[in-house]
Ligand binder design. Structure first.
Ligand code: BGC
Length: 751
């Protein structure tokens, strides 16, 4: 399945511009804004509308790149796109990841035409989905998917993964990444949950800002040569479709929108993010691509976003084709552009270009609005330094996929793995035992990576690099092939040979049962039932009858219900989608070479119809409504023990505007080195809008030797105490608050 077939599936003022002073081009001594102004003054309407047009690589391809065939540009079509249609941006792969060399070649040809054959020599901004590392570059370093990165609760790792991704993407000659996903993952059925940092708005806010800093670099308005522009997406409210199916309606009250879904985007804007991608879907009956309120009033006027907004794949056209708010494509174009979309990911033709030109000529869209959009786009191109040098740097290639980068990916995978159950300390396993390894995710690389890996769906097992181990191979390497029997037992949702697996279990000391999901991306990952497929449950139930210890490995992008088999397992490891180093990391945890430190960034529900997030209300704290998940948000065991003590707040009474400093001691009282994420929750005891039982307001990851102790500190600001009040504005109300860290609690009063 490629992106084309996917389409079938899913089917101001100008003055603001020149006041947003933001950069200085050392080469010419001219400010970036001045350069933008100069360019705009020389551009024809056609050149401007072309800048707002983004097409996919397929449009200018001669041959489709696939496992067996090299992608080739059609230079005539490319020239048509860039010279005739003045196209300002190209995206994507067709159909498979390319090597750095191939990318450099493609980008060089594209920029050659843009800077040598067009009147104003405006370079193309090439955009790519580098979702868990530079996943469309063959040699690149891939990381756990974001849900796993979140489970590691390590901001530094997230930032570094962003830095590496930026470096490798730029090495290919590409300067724009359609990531991070800043949707808060509160709908576990949604097939894009794995692209999120989980269900806590606070955590998504922190991780998103850290990733953007990693991708884009510091506060300099110019983006360094080894950094790229990030694209926060999908603005706004994409991650909670009522049905759980991708690109279906969401109903999000204004208060919830502002309380939960807006803060990560606000923090990203504050972190300096340069671009935004619009939510494909509708909220409250309004497709976001047509929402002036969200795209202009909130995003620009409230949040102060200065970069440019790109549509999602084909979504302007969808305003009339799917959403039915426009009578035809032209009306859809007008709607989206006037709402605030600056660039259209068309992506397969020049319809947007032609229609927008007509609209301006007919006076339906003002040239001022066009100038505004184009200025935003040109400014980012200038900030990226593309006008100075639009070409790939051949020197950067050497470091792509280097050992140092791979080590970070392994560390991330190890830190993400979350130990959910460990009865009688069954884990870590001894290395001198015989094990059965079985289950659909045991011997697959694709299932450990899933969507956005080498292809859009990530399901082409045959193209995954063989030097990365599956769980089976990593276990074999750890304890010797002769001590491991492998029987698949089942595929994702059908039985292969459960009886053989049972017989093999009888002859083994333990069964390592690898369950989970097959690879998927976007709508193709839609499901009707959160429960793990019956075949997988049957495998575990049959194995349980042998009486041998069972250890479940869950390799899945969302929390598939396992209620029927939890009691059969002595040990459970949640691996999420741990990326290429996942097999190794899982084996390291299984056999004690790594002490697990992951904690759930989502609630793991017990039943498919009992979906409640961790920041539930008091009415959900008691029977008969009690929040009773399989495993709560923030849960994760270790092979050692941590004790929390001496929780101290620096003042019992806080005056408005003051910060609250908090400290406590954490001690490793067990026998092993371990890492621990200390999480701070805040509860507002009484307020005018029903308070959540608790909300995450801080986390810190520390490392402790056996017997070691550290002081951990947090600071709560006014923002941390605030909430969206009855009038839908952020407010703070005086009264009592409670801080909870582990088993410790302390109250304070806000005057
Ligand atoms: C996805 C985006 C992605 C875009 C470009 C869309 O289908 O929703 O997240 O960035 O395609 O590939």
């Amino acid at each position: 399945m490629n992106k084309i077939s996917k389409t079938i599936f899913s089917a101001i003022t100008i003055s603001i511009l020149f006041f947003t002073l933001s950069g200085f081009d050392e080469n010419s001594g001219e400010t970036i804004d001045k350069k933008v102004e100069n360019l705009i003054s020389q551009m024809t309407l056609q050149e401007k509308v072309g800048q707002m047009t983004q097409i996919t690589l397929q449009v200018v391809g001669k041959t489709q790149g696939s496992a067996g065939q090299k992608f080739e540009l059609d230079e005539k079509k490319l020239e048509e796109a860039i010279v005739k249609y003045n196209v300002g941006s190209i995206l994507n792969v067709w159909d498979v990841a390319m090597s750095v060399d191939e990318w450099q070649n493609v980008i060089t040809k594209i920029q050659d035409i843009a800077v040598k054959k067009t009147r104003l020599q405006i370079p193309v901004i090439y955009g790519i989905d580098a979702i868990h590392g530079a996943n469309y570059i063959k040699e690149a370093t891939l990381f756990p998917q974001s849900i796993g990165m979140a489970a590691a609760w390590n901001l530094d790792l997230v930032k570094k993964s962003g830095e590496i991704t930026a470096f490798e993407v730029r090495a290919a000659g590409i300067s724009w990444n359609f990531n991070p996903v800043l949707g808060v993952g509160r709908q576990p059925l949604w097939p894009r949950l794995f692209e999120t940092y989980g269900e806590s708005s606070y955590a998504v806010t922190q991780f998103g800002a850290a990733y953007i800093k990693g991708i884009e670099g510091g506060d300099n308005p110019k983006i360094a040569k080894d950094k790229i522009a990030a694209c926060m997406k999908h603005y706004l409210g994409y991650s909670i479709p009522s049905s759980g199916k991708d690109r279906t309606p969401a109903w999000i009250p204004e208060r919830m929108l502002r309380e939960i879904f807006l803060p990560p985007f606000k923090a990203a804007v504050d972190a300096g993010v340069h671009t935004v991608m619009v939510n494909s879907s509708e909220i409250n009956g309004i497709p976001v691509h047509s929402s002036h309120y969200l795209l202009t009033e909130v995003l620009r006027n409230e949040l102060g976003f200065k970069g440019f907004a790109v549509s999602d794949w084909g979504d302007i056209e969808m305003l009339y084709k799917r959403e039915k708010v426009a009578a035809n494509r032209k009306e859809a174009v007008k709607m989206a552009v006037m709402a605030g979309v600056d660039m259209c990911m068309v992506p397969l033709d020049y319809s947007f270009y032609n229609e927008l030109l007509e609209l301006v000529k007919e006076g339906e869209v003002s040239e001022q609005r066009i100038d505004q959009a184009v200025s935003r786009i040109l400014k980012v191109k200038l900030q990226l330094g593309l006008f100075e040098n639009a070409y790939p740097d051949p020197q950067m290639k050497k470091k792509v996929g280097c050992d140092e980068f791979v080590r970070l990916s392994l560390q991330a995978a190890r830190e993400s793995i979350t130990l959910l159950k460990n009865n009688d300390s069954i884990l870590p396993l001894d290395k001198d035992i015989k094990v059965l390894v079985c289950g659909p995710t045991a011997n697959s690389r694709a299932y450990l990576n899933s969507g956005w890996t080498y292809t859009w769906q990530g399901d082409k097992e045959e193209i995954y690099p063989k030097n990365k181990k599956t769980v089976l191979e990593a276990v074999q390497a750890k304890i010797g092939e002769k001590n491991v029997v492998y029987v698949p037992g089942t595929k994702y949702d059908s039985i292969i040979d459960i009886t053989t697996a049972v017989e093999a279990a009888k002859k083994s000391d333990a069964a390592i049962v690898c369950l989970g999901e097959k690879a998927y991306c976007e709508s193709l990952g839609n499901i009707d039932d959160l429960t793990l497929p019956e075949a997988q449950l049957q495998l575990v139930k049959a194995l349980a009858k042998t009486g041998k210890p069972i250890i479940l490995i869950l390799a899945e992008g969302r929390p598939r219900i396992i209620n029927g088999i939890v009691d059969h397992a002595q040990g459970i490891l949640m691996a999420y989608l741990p990326g290429p180093e996942g097999g190794q990391a899982i084996a390291d945890v299984l056999f004690g070479d790594c002490n697990p430190s992951g904690k759930l960034p989502i609630t793991y529900p017990r039943y498919p119809n009992a979906i409640t997030c961790y920041d539930y209300k008091y009415s959900e704290q008691v029977e008969p409504n009690k929040y009773d998940p399989q495993f709560p948000f923030g849960f994760g065991l270790s092979y050692t023990k941590f004790e929390y003590s001496d929780l101290k707040l620096d003042k019992p009474i806080l005056k408005e505007g003051q910060n609250l400093n908090i400290r406590l001691k954490v001690k490793n009282t067990g026998k092993r080195f371990g890492k621990e994420t200390v999480m701070l929750y805040l509860s507002d005891v009484v307020r005018s809008v029903t308070p959540p039982f608790k909300q995450l307001r801080g986390f810190k990851k520390i490392a402790l030797k056996p017997g070691g102790q550290k002081e951990v500190t947090f600071t709560l600001t006014k923002d941390d105490l605030s909430f969206i009040g009855r009038k839908n504005k952020r407010i703070v109300e005086a009264g009592q608050f409670i801080v909870t860290v582990g088993n410790l609690r302390q109250g304070f009063i806000l005057e």
